[in-house]
Design a protein around this ligand. Structure first.
Ligand code: SF4
Length: 189
């Protein structure tokens, strides 16, 4: 990547728990050195809601569970040279994808909503209705990993990935020296 300017990084959380963004902060004091080389564009870290320009690296936490996630991910693909799936939810759907297993009929989304809002033994729903406000993003039929929606250039494993692996990967990308992960780094915890 160019060395005559700071690299631009954007980040977003789709269907995730923000744990991967907490892991970015786990770089701790190394963030100070990193900030000498990068600036953050659209990101929950600075509360910028829109891209202000093209970015060198986009980092995506979480997979896609609704149409808004899909649009956001496609926007990241359009605006970022290198698109990184950060953590297991982005890579394979993760915990939100547990709903993919709820399918009692040929309408699995209805099955999932019924179980969540109506029929679960843990549900107490006095209106006995499923939320259906027009402002709610439309749910997809299942939760999709990012790579099934757009092309992903790099996946950083972990739930959440460690601050170490995030830092080392970003530095290697900035230096143009990323060569993949060691086998010991390919784990979930
Ligand atoms: S991979 Fe783990 S930490 Fe990251 S968003 Fe998913 S559940 Fe949260």
């Amino acid at each position: 990547m160019s060395t005559d300017r700071k690299a631009r990084i954007a980040t977003v959380s789709l269907a995730g728990c923000f744990g991967c963004h907490m892991a970015i902060l786990d770089m701790d004091e190394r963030l100070i050195d990193l900030m000498a080389r990068v600036e953050f564009d659209r990101s929950p870290l600075n509360d910028l809601k829109r891209f202000t320009g093209r970015c060198d690296i986009g980092i995506v936490e979480g997979g896609c569970c609704n149409e808004e996630n899909v649009h956001t991910l496609q926007e990241f693909r359009r605006n970022c040279d290198v698109l990184v799936a950060l953590g297991q939810c982005a890579i394979m759907g993760g915990l939100p994808a547990m709903r993919n297993a709820i399918m009692h009929s040929d309408d699995p989304l209805r099955d999932c909503l019924d179980e969540a809002y109506l029929s679960s033994p843990y549900t107490r729903n006095l209106t006995n209705t499923v939320p259906n406000d027009p402002v709610l993003p439309l749910l997809l039929d299942r939760v999709y990993p990012c790579s099934e929606v757009v092309e992903i250039d790099l996946q950083i494993p972990g739930c959440a990935p460690s601050g170490d692996i995030i830092h080392d990967t970003l530095i290697a990308l900035l230096d143009g020296k990323f060569r993949g992960f060691e086998r010991t780094e390919l784990r979930f915890d």
